[in-house]
Design a protein around this ligand. Sequence first.
Ligand SMILES: [Zn+2]
Ligand SMILES: [Zn+2]
Length: 129
Amino acid sequence: MKSNVIWLLAILVILGGFAAWRFLTPRSLEEQSVAPNTAETATNWMCLQCNQQTKLTAREYETWRETPGKLDGKTGRGTVTAFKCDKCQTFTVVRVEYCDKHDLYYARMNLDGTTGDCDKCAREAGLRR
Ligand SMILES: [Zn+2]
Ligand SMILES: [Zn+2]
């Protein structure tokens, strides 16, 4: 009878531990392993140095992030994610947005951490000369 209680307790401890582990595991870790490799998740990236354009699916993006030496290790650039360009070997590949009006890509975030915009649109709006 006593050993039954001990077994029951042991099972409860194991189940409780498993539940806690599931609960405490960061969601992002789970999402990383199942990042979809589909066209809908693709984002546009471009090298600011040589204008080489790349489309990255969510999974490709994760793969790049996890590849040693691919992501800029320096954090002095704030929140900007800059990957290493295969062509010119500099950390200047950033996420870009497309401007329909001028048919060009521009950095969402500049390497200095400022918000990017379409240079031509900014000029037209008189924000820049
Ligand atoms: Zn490049
Ligand atoms: Zn524009």
